[in-house]
Write a protein that binds this ligand. Structure first.
Ligand code: PCD
Length: 808
């Protein structure tokens, strides 16, 4: 006898919300069957590559391409002079600035694109590059933004008027020829007053160093111009394919319907693949010129040295409090090093991203933030790496300021956090710098975290360790790193957020097939996050068809509805919401079809897991599979055939995920080697779609946080040479350095998201960096340390120990 199928069985069969469904994309990834840009091979395809500047600042006196054109296999060499008649020698950046596509008269950073050699293959292109003769005249180099603001040296000659005056930039007046913008949030006067009259004030300056997302796959594209039908197809590593299509159309003049942008599989993005790069423009031009498809793929050094870097924020803060530790005010000034061009990928109104989330998780009544953007002789970019919009900088700042204040107050840093947290009943909470936090329950999360690690026990052990160290019984110190973060993800609201004038909504279009399976297409694009798995789960729960019967497709602008792409952990908050809403439209139509089939009024049927049931008569129902078929085979009065829906979702607010992280570290003062004994991470991202994927996201984000906090850096010497342009010098953690992470969660749904979900992909990075850094700093706190800058590599940790006299 067949067992009866229970309601739980039916729920389980859907693999919907909350299920740790295995990632459907992994079958191809783990078998080497992924389809990445470099896998694309087209008939007659050529290869393009750049002549890059060895100098960080130089005038270009001449470029001689004659010898390069003699190299066998080289077909063309493009320079700014070739692009100028097309108006393509400069291109707009996402930040309202403009950037040279190929060096126009001068270069502003090492590795800058000078000429584009097009050849039959990569090897011929490399030989061609060697043969291009460029006559450079070196100019004084500025790699320090504070010096840049004092220097007579003009970096951006294109931004100074003929009479020597400095015209305003995209974000208002500029104070100096190397200054880009000043951006403010909050109230300066009242904040100054609160700080001037406070019982306790702590001050600190910190540098959040320049680093780089370093995805395993570098950036690249293939451009193919079909001259017969006038269509351009552009495959590339794009995190925002629709936006790239619009940008290509605007700068090339090719009508948007004649451009098809395709993001195939992407080998990690981490923000590095949001912006537009000269390689894209040059490949398109080269394809038009030669009439052949042209591929451009960066090598590792190109990627590290020239594509979107992250951070490079010099931050100075003051935080005031009562003697008991209640915070009364916060002030922050940032000098932001943007490199040679301002190419940050921020929403237009936010030149410093969401840095004004820097009051963090605390109820701080008065605050003021001022950010100055500055040009230097470094690569452009600026807001990438597991945190699109400067939230990492903001959280690092506040979580360090809290520690510094705890030292000043001689208070426990966990307790200081607790007494200042925004309380549960204060949500929705409007912060002093303007954001409205949607929901949170910080005290519950914090208590759970402290209990999980036996916080009091750890502090007692640490105190004993200090005694033992002083008594000469050990050479290892113990650090307890705390961080509590609030993220802001899901840009979002179109009224606040646009990129190049494109509102930051997102979209989903669903087609149900007659046999009860479906395809859904979205405006986002997975780079490894697992969207094909999770978006099908949202739909399964909304429309009652198994996730295994739903294909998710992203990344082809000819088929997917318009969307702004995947970065800033916006896919779940925005496209995930669009998916739920489109699912609900499907369900509404299915309800009418079900009622017709069951011969009752629409309101007399209700949805139950995978079917519509007649209210009060559970034996009378139609499954979604039956309804799908009926949509295509029955003539239903007043209802169109088919079962399709589309939703464009403009979120009413961002979502504010949060978390509590604790790191326990042992530090060998003689070698400077930190050993991570324990890492506990509690994340609250509202409703959890796929707990296994969330855990994977947390592991990945924490590992990148470890990298940044403990060694990863894009460092320059005084001449503007990149000192960390290869994986010999640029720290990428391996299994050797990575500890076991303990993950945990609470669930505080977003009140405005249709399924209550918040983003999670960036969170572990945002919360992780201060946690690792605080652990290092905390180990030295008993010996008088207040702050040392990241990255805490072995040498710097050793130096701290040395400066504190621990080697004497
Ligand atoms: N989720 C779930 N639940 C919840 C949430 C979420 O489940 N509640 C899941 C989803 O679905 C997906 C993920 O998780 O799958 C994620 O999500 P999100 O948060 O929403 O995010 P998205 O948008 O999707 O993504 C983005 C992110 C970012 S941002 C980054 S950096 C990174 C991350 O993501 N990247 C990456 N992660 C990752 N992973 C991988 N693998 N890869 C990659 O690349 Mo930026 O801004 O771009 O910087």
């Amino acid at each position: 006898m067949k067992d009866e199928v229970t309601r739980e069985d039916r729920v389980a069969n859907l693999k919907g919300l909350g299920c740790s469904r295995k990632r459907v994309e992994d079958a191809r990834f783990t078998q080497g069957k992924g389809n990445y840009v470099d896998d694309i091979k087209l008939d007659g395809m050529l290869f393009g590559d750049f002549v890059r500047s060895p100098y960080a600042h130089a005038r270009i006196k001449s470029i001689d391409t004659a010898a390069a054109l003699e190299v066998p296999g080289v077909l063309a060499v493009l320079t700014a002079a070739d692009l100028e008649p097309l108006g393509l020698h400069w291109m707009p950046t996402l930040a309202g600035d403009k950037q040279m596509v190929l060096a126009d008269g001068k270069v502003l950073f090492q590795g800058q694109e000078v000429a584009f050699v097009v050849a039959e293959d990569r090897y011929a292109a490399a030989d061609g590059i060697e043969a291009v003769e460029v006559d450079y005249e070196e100019l004084p180099v500025i790699v320090n933004p504070f010096e840049a603001l004092k220097s007579d040296v003009v970096l951006r000659e294109d931004l100074v008027a003929e009479d020597g005056s400095i015209p305003p930039g995209a974000h208002g007046p500029r104070k100096h020829h190397n200054h880009i913008f000043t951006w403010e949030a909050g109230d300066k006067g009242p904040t100054d007053e609160v700080i001037a009259n406070a019982e306790v004030v702590a001050e600190e300056s910190m540098y959040y160093h320049r680093t780089h997302p370093c995805p395993l796959e570098t950036c690249g594209c293939v451009a193919s111009m079909d001259k017969v039908n006038g269509k351009l197809t552009l495959w590339g590593t794009f995190q925002a394919p629709h936006a790239i299509r619009t940008i290509v159309s605007l700068i090339s003049g090719i009508e948007e319907h004649n451009i098809r942008v395709i993001s195939p599989d992407i080998g990690g993005g981490f923000g590095n693949k949001v912006g537009a790069y000269p390689g894209y423009v040059c490949s398109v031009v080269a394809s038009i010129v030669t009439g052949k498809p042209v591929k451009w793929i960066e090598d590792r050094m190109d990627n590290l040295m020239t594509t979107a870097f992250a951070r490079d924020y010099h931050m100075t803060g003051q935080i005031s409090a009562t003697k008991e530790g209640k915070i009364t005010g916060l002030k922050c000034h940032v000098t932001a090093d943007h490199g040679g061009f301002d190419a940050c990928a921020d929403p237009t109104k936010f030149p410093a991203g969401f840095m004004n989330i820097c009051t963090g998780s605390y109820d701080i009544p008065t605050a003021y933030l001022e950010v100055d953007g500055v040009y230097t002789n470094k690569a452009p970019g600026g807001v990438s790496y597991r945190c699109s919009f400067r939230v990492t900088e903001a959280v690092y700042f506040i979580e360090r300021m809290i520690e510094v204040l705890a030292i000043k107050l001689n208070m426990d840093a966990a307790e200081l956090r607790r007494i200042n947290f925004i309380r549960k009943e204060q949500f929705p909470y409007t912060a002093a710098l303007g954001w409205e936090y949607d929901s949170g329950d910080y005290h519950t999360a914090w208590d759970k975290a402290l209990k999980a690690v036996d916080y009091d026990g750890l502090r007692a052990e640490q105190a004993q360790r200090v005694e033992d160290f002083k008594a000469g019984k050990t050479r290892k110190l113990m650090g307890i790193g705390l961080s509590f973060f609030t993220e802001i993800v899901g840009a979002g609201p179109v009224k606040n957020c646009d990129i190049l004038g494109l509102g930051m909504f997102d979209s989903c279009e669903i087609r149900i097939h007659p046999t009860g399976s479906a395809i859904a297409r979205l405006g986002t694009i997975s780079q490894g996050q697992g969207h094909a798995t999770t978006f099908a789960q949202i739909l399964a729960s909304e429309i009652g068809l198994p996730a295994d019967s739903i294909t998710i497709e992203e990344g082809d602008t000819d088929t997917a509805p318009y969307g702004l792409g995947t970065y800033g952990s916006r896919s779940t908050p925005v496209a995930g919401a669009a998916t739920a809403m489109a699912g609900r439209k499907i369900r509404a139509k299915a309800q009418m079809i079900a009622a017709y089939l069951l011969e009752v009024h629409d309101n007399d049927v209700e949805f139950d897991v995978d079917r519509f049931v007649v209210k009060g008569a559970p034996e009378k129902f139609k499954t979604m599979k039956e309804i799908a078929f009926a949509a295509y085979n029955q003539a239903i009065p007043g209802i169109e055939p088919g079962l399709e829906a589309v939703s464009y979702y403009d979120p009413p607010n961002m979502t504010y995920p949060f978390g509590a992280y604790i790191c326990v570290m042992d530090i060998d003062v003689d070698t400077g080697v930190p050993e991570i004994r324990r890492f506990y991470a509690l994340d609250d991202c509202g409703t959890r779609i796929n707990p296994m994927i969330i855990e994977g996201q947390v592991h990945g984000g924490l590992t990148e946080a470890l990298a940044v906090a403990l060694g990863q850096e894009i460092a320059y010497d005084d001449m503007g040479n990149v000192k960390t342009g290869t994986l010999m010098d640029f720290f990428l953690p391996t299994a050797w350095e990575v500890p076991n992470y303990e993950t945990d969660f609470t669930v505080t749904p977003s009140p405005h998201h249709p399924i209550g979900a918040k983003g999670v992909g960036e969170s572990p990075h945002v919360g992780g960096v201060p946690c690792f850094s605080n652990a290092v700093q905390d180990a030295f706190r008993p010996f008088g340390n207040t702050h040392t800058n990241m990255p805490h590599d072995h040498w710097r940790i050793w130096r701290t120990a040395n400066e504190l006299g621990l080697h004497d």
